[in-house]
Design a protein around this ligand. Structure first.
Ligand SMILES: [Zn+2]
Length: 407
């Protein structure tokens, strides 16, 4: 019987935390704002409005490229990517096609194809059988990181995506918060016989997944689905699929467009952009110490791998440790972390986001706990357990207390 091996690549979109949008002066921070209150003729695509590129967004995109070991194009340009969708008022997105700012990078042994800059689209809201459009997000600077399809396991993918998030946060260019959509994951997955080195003749793209846990589940589901199809003699279709969080499976959406369908051409309203080597080297010299370097420094100071993982993941803890880099100080910092800050809590991101959701959905239970009815805690733990399966009960209980205390 043939055994199968996955071939996985990623496209990751990151909304930059600049003050203004990519091509106009509207505020870029759109999350939770009243719909259509942060718009202007440029980001609404009204006739005659002219885009002016955001210099800070370009600098941050290139700094991310440098942090990912990319080469930087000294001449670059924006292009129009033409397609019709109601959330795209101009009928095209300003993106980058054949001269992205950054290309040919590497992270944790995986190849980065390109890092380019584009604008986000508006947001469709489906309510009671109607579709509404909010253009606050239209034109927010969006970086796209594209990898080669060189991942062969779910575990490898997970480590890579978390490291990418950690680099983005270290650069302070985005909150890279998946719950709020400022980091969005797309995976392309195909399956080939284990003894084959050829890329399969199809790929399935999973769009807009908003948590590390769901992308893992989506990839696992696809590997099984595609392997079964191949075993029964059917070649999987090239298509785009979404991930249903409730069913825990992927569902077909539409067949994939080829690149030429977008009829890319150079954006005529923005001249090509030139950089000098000095400019790029100045930006390179401004990069902060990256997570891999921080971890290595901590290991060199004699900390255990477990302590390195905890301290390197939290900027406050790291700074506190570096004031007095000793084993005793590390012990004291790690041991007092739950009461110190919520962000230093050692649960996974998944546990925290599920706990926050459960707490937000149960205001009465929270009021009861605040009033001293601690038996309600069992109910909340049960709700979290329902979503996550096994949980560390004492740790999750502490996490709930920390979240409740801060809200
Ligand atoms: Zn605007």
């Amino acid at each position: 019987m043939t055994s199968w091996q996955p071939v996985i690549g990623f496209e990751v979109h990151i909304e930059l935390a600049t003050n203004s949008k990519m091509f106009c002066g509207c505020p870029a921070d759109h999350f939770g704002k009243p719909p259509n209150t942060q718009t202007c003729p440029v980001c609404l695509g009204l006739p005659g409005a002219l885009p002016v590129p955001n210099a800070k967004a370009i600098e941050w995109c290139i700094k991310l490229g440098l942090a990912l070991g990319c080469q930087i194009n000294l001449t670059s340009k924006f292009d129009r990517k033409n397609y019709f969708y109601p959330d795209l008022p101009k009928g095209y997105q300003i993106s980058q096609y054949d001269q992205p700012f950054c290309h040919h990078g590497e992270l944790l042994g995986h190849k980065i194809t390109r890092v380019h800059l584009e604008e986000d689209t508006g947001k469709l809201l489906h309510q009671a059988g109607k579709t509404l459009i909010d253009f606050n997000r239209s034109g927010v600077p969006l970086v796209e990181v594209v990898t080669e399809p060189d991942f062969e396991s779910v575990q490898d993918s997970d480590v890579f995506l978390k490291e990418l998030q950690s680099i983005i946060r270290t650069l302070k260019i985005s909150a890279a918060d998946m719950e709020k959509g400022s980091m969005r994951l797309e995976a392309n997955i195909s399956v080939r016989p284990t003894n084959s080195a050829d890329l399969p003749n199809y790929k399935v793209e999973i769009k807009n997944v908003n948590s590390f846990r769901f992308i893992k589940k989506a990839i696992e589901f696809e590997i099984t689905r595609q392997s079964r199809l191949l075993e029964s003699g059917v070649n999987p279709k090239q298509e785009t699929r979404g991930f249903s969080e409730t069913k825990g499976e992927t569902v077909g959406q539409r067949s994939k467009e080829a690149a030429h369908d977008y009829r890319y051409f150079p954006e005529p309203d923005i001249p090509p952009i030139q950089f000098t080597t000095e400019q790029i080297e100045t930006w390179r010299s401004q990069l902060p110490k990256l997570p891999s370097r921080i971890r290595q420094d901590l290991l060199n100071l004699g900390l255990s791998e477990n302590y390195v993982k905890i301290i390197a993941a939290d900027e406050k803890m790291f700074n506190e440790f570096m004031k007095k880099p000793s084993k005793a100080n590390a012990d004291s910092i790690v041991n007092k972390r739950p009461s110190k800050s919520e962000s230093s809590f050692p649960s996974s991101e998944d546990t925290r986001s599920v706990a926050e959701r459960v707490i937000a959905a149960n205001p009465k239970a929270i009021a009861d706990i605040k009033a001293g009815k601690i038996q309600v805690m069992g109910f909340l733990l049960g709700q979290i357990k329902k979503e996550l399966g096994n949980i560390d009960v004492p740790l999750t209980q502490k996490l709930i207390n920390v979240i409740i205390a801060s809200c």
